[in-house]
Write a protein that binds this ligand. Structure first.
Ligand code: ATP
Ligand code: MG
Length: 387
């Protein structure tokens, strides 16, 4: 029996395909060179270099908006440090923790223990037991060498918000341990009490948004590895870069545009990736983003959105009062209060799904909030009713 994959691979009628290797276009792929981040990586290294003389490095914090290369730069520095430490026979571990996966101090410390070879259950022990087990690792070690640990806490805001700053207190007060925090917010220190800020005493490194030219350089590197020669029309990379520069200089978005544009061209058996593919890739990404946002909203918010959708279809002007009426009509039994609806409206507006506009009704009649849908009606409808 013939094999469909083999047939496709051997199909002579298929011209040169679009992709040479799709992996470099994946977010998780770590390039072996990070252009325009040399300075930030140098700063990290200048702090970490102490460990090569058996001194615990200073703590470091990386700040920057989404897609500015914080995760990539920290992983890059980590690889380089592990490499040199191995050569110099220095006993150092650099452990990467994504705080969206480990959202409490217990979970992070337990995970670190497990990574360092101590069995700790995911739950059940007291925090004190876990912390003591963790600290023991730095007292004794089988090799008679001093273990240094650098913990990368990526997206730390989530952990601090959920479980407080205990994790930083514990880590910064354990001998031989140093932390590198990664945050999207410059004001993340507001989530930390002063006793912790003083023991953190960190060096701060800022990752500014990329400009269009910098994004072009990043994309060129990836494109060379991913696409076959002469497949990309000349203006494809500049267009992806310009669009992503508008989205706050987000390299992830730029890569997504390029990858999706390539996939569209591939699906259509096109020989080239064109501007038009990029524009459609943008729509596709936005489409998927809206679907993801809507389908992960809490049920009550989905119901409010459903009421907004109904009123929009009836071509009604939507005020908060009218929205509440429509919503309670639909869900009499377990409707939430009018006050909560206001919170929902704000949240939906922040997510960019609706907009609100305050208008004055004329003298003596006060002001009213008018709500408008900001996403495609049909898309919203199919998403709401397919959840
Ligand atoms: N200077 C660069 N050179 C090459 N690729 C880069 C560069 N900066 C970022 N990237 C790539 O862009 C994508 C996003 O980068 P990264 O995940 O490091 O962003 P981030 O700042 O951690 O964003 P977030 O705050 O959303 O987590 C990754 O695939 C990364 O490899
Ligand atoms: Mg990141």
């Amino acid at each position: 029996m013939s094999n469909i994959f083999e047939d496709l691979e051997n199909d002579e009628t298929q011209g040169p395909t679009i992709f040479k290797d799709k992996r470099p276009l994946d977010h998780r792929w770590l390039p072996d060179k990070l252009v325009h981040r040399e300075e930030q990586i140098r700063q990290i290294a200048k702090n970490w270099i102490d460990v090569l003389s058996n001194v615990t490095p200073s703590n470091v914090t990386l700040y920057g908006k989404t897609g500015t290369g914080k995760t990539a730069a920290s992983k890059f520095a980590r690889e380089q440090l592990i490499d040199i430490a191995r050569k110099k026979n220095i006993f150092v571990k650099v452990e990467y923790i994504r705080c969206t996966d480990y959202t409490t101090e217990y979970q992070v410390i337990a995970e670190l223990c497990n990574k360092l070879g101590r069995d700790v259950p995911n739950r059940g022990w007291t925090k004190g037991e876990v912390v003591n087990t963790f600290r023991d690792i730095f007292k004794t070690n089988a090799f008679g060498k001093k273990l240094h640990l650098i913990v990368i806490l990526d997206e730390i805001d989530i952990l601090l918000d959920k479980d407080g700053d205990g994790i930083l207190y514990t880590l910064t007060r354990t001998e031989n341990v140093s932390v590198l925090c990664i945050s999207n917010y410059l004001d993340f220190k507001n989530l930390i009490k002063s006793r912790v800020t003083s023991s953190l005493n960190d060096k701060e490194i800022v990752f500014p948004p990329y400009g269009a030219d910098q994004l072009s350089d990043i994309l060129k590197e990836r494109a060379e590895l991913s696409f076959n020669e002469n497949v990309l029309e000349n203006d494809v990379i500049p267009l992806c870069s310009a669009m992503a520069a508008k989205e706050e200089g987000d390299a992830r978005y730029a890569l997504d545009l390029l990858k999706n544009a390539g996939e569209l061209a591939f699906d259509e058996d096109s020989e080239k990736v064109t501007n038009n593919h990029v524009k459609r890739a943008k729509d596709k990404i936005e489409h998927n983003k809206v679907i993801e946002i809507i389908s992960t909203l809490p049920l009550q918010q989905q119901r409010v959105l459903e009421s907004i959708l109904n009123l929009t279809k009836q071509k009604e002007e939507i005020t908060s009062g009218k929205l509440y009426e429509a919503y309670t009509d639909l869900y009499k039994k377990d409707a939430v209060t009018y006050r909560r609806i206001f919170d929902f409206i704000n949240e939906l507006e922040m997510l960019g799904i609706i907009s609100t506009n305050t208008i004055s009704r004329g003298r003596g009649k006060g002001r009213t909030n008018i709500i408008k849908l900001q996403c495609d009606e049909t898309l919203l409808e199919t998403t709401l009713f397919s959840i």
